[in-house]
Design a protein around this ligand. Structure first.
Ligand code: PLP
Length: 401
C-alpha cells in the first residue's frame, strides 16, 4: 500500500476542479492594521478579507489585558476546565457574555467551531428522540455537530419560513426539536427572519439555536448581535458566538439558561476533555467584549467604510451584492478568473482579496468577500476600487448597470 499516492490522488482531484486551497502567509503589523507583510510576494499589502472586522486584534485595551495576564498568569491554562484549568478570567468572561446577551449563563469553548459542534452535538444526541431542523446554508461546524449527534436532521430551504413550518408540522408535538440557523450569513451577507422563526418555534414547541458569529460585536447597542439589535434575545434558547472575528482574538461560546449551559458543560466531550483557553486569551477577549459593549465608535467607523466602498463601487460599476450587512461580495462568477484577479490585485496593486470559490459558494457564484473596516483609509478604498476598475477593463468583464 502506498498511502501517499492515495492522498495525492485526492489532492489532484482538488487541483483539477480548482478547489485546492492556497494559504497566504501573512504577518499583520500590530498598530497598522489592515496592513500586513505578505511572505509569498515579499511586500506589504492591504488586507480586505479579514474577519477581525473592527481591528480589535490590535486594540490597546486588548493588548494591555493580554500582556498583564501573560505576565501574571503565564502562557497556558494548565489543564482542562475540570482539572485545574478554570482560570478566574474564564469565569469572568462567561459572566460578561451572559450579561451581554441577557442570558442566565454562558459557556466558553476554544473556538466558535467547537462551540457549535459540541453544543449542537450534545443537545441533539442527549435529548431523547431529538430532531434538528437546520437551515440549508448553515456553517460546517453546525452541520458536523448535528451529524455527530446522529439525531434525525431535516434541512429547510434557506431562510424559508414555509418550508420550515412544513417540516415542523410533520413532527409529533412531544418530539424535542431544535431549529438551528444563523443571523448573518457570511457569504451573501443576508439576515435570517429571526422573529418569525421564533414565532414558529413557540407554536411548535421547538428550541432555537442561533449562530451570531458574524454579528457579535457588530450589531446591537452593546454589540450583542442582530438579536440584540432587534430586541429578540430573550426569545432565543441559545445564542452562539465567536471571540475570533469582531472581538479580534480567539474562542467561542454559547449563552443560554443555566440548566442548558450546565447540561452541555456536563455532557459535552469536546468541552470536557480539552485544555482550556490560555488566561491571556480570556483576558484579552474580556477586554474586547467590555470595550465593544460601551463603545460604538468602531461599529460606526465600520459602517462608514462599507458605505464609502459601496459608493465607490457604484461609481466604477463594479458588480456586488447589495446587503444589509457589513459584507460586500464583489461578484466575479468564474473560478479561474477569480484566482487570476486575486493574483493580479496582490502582485500588481498590493491588495489582498482571497478568492472565494466552490465549495464555499456554488459554482458560477465565485466572488471576493470584502470586509472593509474602521481602519481602512479612504486612500486605501480608492486605490482598491481603481485596481478593480483597471482589471475589469483589461479582462473585459461585464460592468454593473
Ligand atoms: C467562522 C464561523 C464559525 C466558527 O467560528 P471560529 O471561532 O472561527 O471557530 C461558526 N459559524 C460561522 C457561521 C462561521 O462563519
Amino acid at each position: 500500500m502506498n498511502y501517499d499516492t492515495m492522498f495525492q490522488a485526492a489532492l489532484d482531484e482538488l487541483h483539477r476542479d480548482g478547489s485546492y486551497r492556497y494559504f497566504a502567509e501573512l504577518e499583520r503589523y500590530s498598530g497598522r492594521f489592515p496592513r500586513a507583510f505578505h511572505h509569498g510576494i515579499g511586500r506589504d499589502v492591504t488586507v480586505w478579507c479579514s474577519n477581525d472586522y473592527l481591528g480589535m486584534g490590535q486594540h490597546p485595551d486588548v493588548l494591555a489585558a493580554v500582556h498583564k495576564a501573560l505576565d501574571e498568569n503565564g502562557a497556558g491554562s494548565g489543564g482542562t476546565r475540570n482539572i485545574s484549568g478554570t482560570n478566574h478570567y474564564h469565569v469572568a468572561l462567561e459572566k460578561e457574555l451572559a450579561a451581554l446577551h441577557g442570558k442566565e449563563s454562558a459557556l466558553l469553548f476554544n473556538s466558535g467551531y467547537l462551540s457549535n459542534w459540541v453544543a449542537l452535538g450534545t443537545l441533539a444526541a442527549r435529548l431523547k428522540g431529538c430532531v434538528v431542523l437546520s437551515d440549508a446554508l448553515n456553517h460546517a461546524s453546525m452541520i458536523e455537530g448535528i451529524r455527530h449527534s446522529r439525531a434525525e436532521k431535516r434541512i429547510f430551504r434557506h431562510n424559508d419560513l414555509d418550508d420550515l413550518e412544513r417540516h415542523l408540522k410533520e413532527l409529533p408535538a412531544d418530539t424535542p426539536k431544535i431549529i438551528a440557523f444563523e443571523s448573518v450569513y457570511s457569504m451573501d451577507g443576508d439576515i435570517a427572519p429571526i422573529e418569525e422563526i421564533c414565532d414558529l418555534a413557540d407554536r411548535y414547541g421547538a428550541m432555537t439555536y442561533l449562530d451570531e458569529v458574524h454579528a457579535v460585536g457588530m450589531y446591537g447597542a452593546q454589540g450583542g448581535g442582530i438579536a440584540q439589535e432587534r430586541g429578540l434575545e430573550h426569545r432565543l434558547t441559545v445564542i452562539e458566538g465567536t471571540l475570533g472575528k469582531a472581538y479580534g482574538v480567539v474562542g467561542g461560546y454559547i449563552a443560554a439558561s443555566t440548566a442548558l449551559c450546565d447540561f452541555v458543560r456536563s455532557f459535552g466531550s469536546g468541552f470536557i476533555f480539552s485544555t482550556s483557553l490560555p488566561p491571556m486569551v480570556a483576558a484579552g477577549v474580556l477586554a474586547s467584549v467590555r470595550h465593544l459593549r460601551q463603545s460604538s465608535a468602531e461599529r460606526d467607523g465600520q459602517k462608514k467604510a462599507v458605505a464609502l466602498l459601496r459608493e465607490r463601487l457604484d461609481r466604477a460599476h463594479i458588480p456586488y451584492l447589495k446587503t444589509d450587512t457589513h459584507i460586500v461580495p464583489v461578484m466575479v462568477r468564474d473560478a479561474t478568473l477569480c484566482r487570476t484577479l486575486s493574483d493580479e490585485l496582490l502582485k500588481r496593486f498590493g491588495h489582498y482579496l482571497q478568492p472565494i470559490n466552490y465549495p464555499t459558494v456554488p459554482q458560477g457564484e465565485e466572488r471576493f468577500r470584502l470586509t472593509p473596516g474602521p481602519l481602512h483609509t479612504e486612500e486605501e478604498l480608492d486605490s482598491l476600487v481603481e485596481a478593480l476598475s483597471t482589471l475589469w477593463k483589461e479582462h473585459q468583464l461585464p460592468l454593473a448597470a
